[in-house]
Design a protein around this ligand. Structure first.
Ligand code: ATP
Ligand code: MN
Ligand code: MN
Length: 301
């Protein structure tokens, strides 16, 4: 007899009504995380994640057969996501207009998971004011062989340098190898100005400490160094968003942390999907309140 059927219906703590098919499909075979669990994760973190993803053009890392199989990075709409995933026309460099995707609620997140999405990456601006970034990101990409301690030190140095310029910044573990230093902006300046600031800031640091940093993407120049990836700050570029599960071994989560706690963290994948309750609790904690928020504009540079 099927015991489960005789138990009272569990009170759903789920927020989304979006149907998820193949809930038992293994998306993270090594961690035994199923598509259903991934949908439940995004459902649970929705309230703390939405302030960062809602109404922002997104690109998706989709792995319909799981992370060990073929994955693809999707920027444009294939028209198959349903009503919960919205479209915004965006003018491209070549003058043509393309539809980008965005979501504005938990249903949108879960609808993307239903379509095989693991990761959500976002533009640095919102659909309502697409030419004016509301944040700047320094994505610290360490060369292989560097310790996470080196990444933390780089993040702290950038934090301090920004602080000296009057800019607040906040650290996020990428869930991969590095840390993202997030600088919230009041959307006033347009993309070229923000990109130029990020470029010059990264180049100045690299010029100051060429043994530790490079501002050039080339792998050869990265040898033993940290690439300060300022290229996340050009129109159309994306970066992984807070609370996103990475399509990497053991389902690590991109996690906002405080500068104080970063010192004690040992890797960029310190939090995983298994920490869902703690992630939601943390997000509401006093320490993390105000993370990623500051009314500020770029100084003359
Ligand atoms: P890590 O800490 O391991 O570097 P990360 O998320 O910072 O993790 P990066 O490789 O530094 O990874 O960043 C790549 C960024 O470029 C992603 O965050 C994503 O938003 C963007 N991107 C642009 N095109 C692609 C693509 N085809 N595949 C994956 N990411 C892409
Ligand atoms: Mn990176
Ligand atoms: Mn990068």
């Amino acid at each position: 007899r099927d015991v489960r059927r005789e138990e009272p219906m569990p009170v759903p703590d789920a927020h989304s009504d979006v149907q998820v098919s193949n809930r038992d499909r293994l998306i993270f075979p090594e961690a035994k995380v199923t598509k259903g669990q991934l949908a439940d994760y995004y459902d649970a973190v929705g309230p703390v994640m939405l302030p960062w993803i809602a109404r922002r053009p997104i690109s998706l890392v989709r792995c319909p057969q799981g992370r060990a199989k073929k994955c693809f990075f999707q920027k444009h709409d294939s028209g198959s996501f349903g009503d919960h995933v919205k479209h915004v026309p965006v003018r491209e460099k070549d003058g043509a207009t393309e539809d980008y995707l965005y979501v504005e609620d938990v249903d949108g997140l879960v609808a993307c998971v239903q379509m095989g999405t693991i990761e959500f990456h976002g533009w640095g601006s919102l659909v309502d004011d697409i030419e004016k970034p509301d944040r700047l990101i320094f994505d610290l990409d360490p060369d292989e062989g560097l310790d996470f301690a080196d990444v933390k030190k780089a993040a702290r140095d950038i934090h301090r340098t920004l602080e000296d310029m009057g800019l607040a910044s906040f650290p996020m573990l990428s869930g991969g190898k590095g840390v993202h230093v997030v600088v919230p902006l009041t959307p006033e300046a347009e993309w070229p100005r923000v990109k130029d600031f990020a470029d010059r800031f990264a180049r100045a640091l690299a010029a100051q400490e060429p043994d530790r940093f490079t501002a050039t993407m080339s792998k050869a120049k990265r040898k033993g160094r940290i690439f300060i990836d300022w290229l996340r700050n050009q129109r159309g570029a994306t970066a992984v968003l807070p609370y996103v599960v990475r399509a990497r071994e053991n389902a690590p989560v991109a996690t906002p942390v405080t500068w104080a706690e970063l010192d004690g963290i040992e890797k960029a994948g310190a939090f995983t999907i298994a920490d869902v309750d703690r992630l939601v609790e943390r997000a509401a904690s006093r320490a993390l309140r105000g993370w990623g928020e500051a009314r500020q504009t770029l100084p003359d540079y």
